[in-house]
Design a binder for this molecule. Structure first.
Ligand code: COA
Length: 152
């Protein structure tokens, strides 16, 4: 398994990963070319984000996107907005390897912590995927969203 920065040429493989996931009907129902187009547009080299892919025998099977930011009067943090592994390649260690790579980069950047949201109805939450990898659930914290678009 190789972990490397995502490149614009990975857009198709990343779209196929999202399309493979039964738990995420909004990606499953979307057409592949439209997904690919949107992903290609977001594969920038901006320094406030890192996108990595996991490659197995030259095939991209997973990816992770982390955003780096500094809250007022605090130190640098990482926020993982996406971690997805192709349904046909789960439990091969790609998700863990991508998380470990982000933890390493966070340490190298001097971050104080890395955080993410995990839906309680997803298998990843129910199997304790993040807890088993050193993340701690914060029961006192609630996520609030102000939607500016319907269904978002
Ligand atoms: C969760 C996910 C990233 C794990 O990646 P992975 O490469 O399969 O994980 P690893 O091989 O490193 O680790 C295996 C663990 O992943 C979890 N896992 C395996 N298959 C899974 C699946 N289809 N869905 C959710 N979690 C799964 C289990 O906790 C498993 O633990 P075990 O080895 O004790 O059984 C991947 O399954 C996935 O993309 N799921 C759908 C999207 C998702 O839930 N993303 C995280 C939401 S923030």
């Amino acid at each position: 398994m190789t972990i490397r920065p995502a490149q614009p040429t990975d857009a198709q493989a990343i779209a196929e990963i999202l399309h493979s996931l039964e738990e995420y009907p909004r990606y499953k129902n979307g057409t592949l070319p439209i997904l690919e187009q949107k992903i290609a547009a977001s594969l920038t080299t901006a320094s406030d984000r890192t996108m990595l892919v996991a490659e197995l025998e030259s095939r991209v099977i997973g990816f992770i996107l982390v955003h780096w930011f500094v809250p007022l009067l605090a130190t640098l943090e990482g926020f993982i907005s996406n971690l997805f592994v192709h349904a046909n390649f789960s439990s091969l260690g790609a998700g863990t390897a991508l998380l470990e790579a982000v933890k390493l980069e966070a340490k190298a950047r001097g971050c104080s912590r890395v955080a993410l949201n995990n839906w309680r109805d997803k298998k990843s939450y129910q199997t304790g995927f993040y807890e088993a990898r050193g993340f701690t659930e914060k029961p006192l914290s609630a996520r609030f969203v102000f939607s500016l678009e319907e269904g978002v």
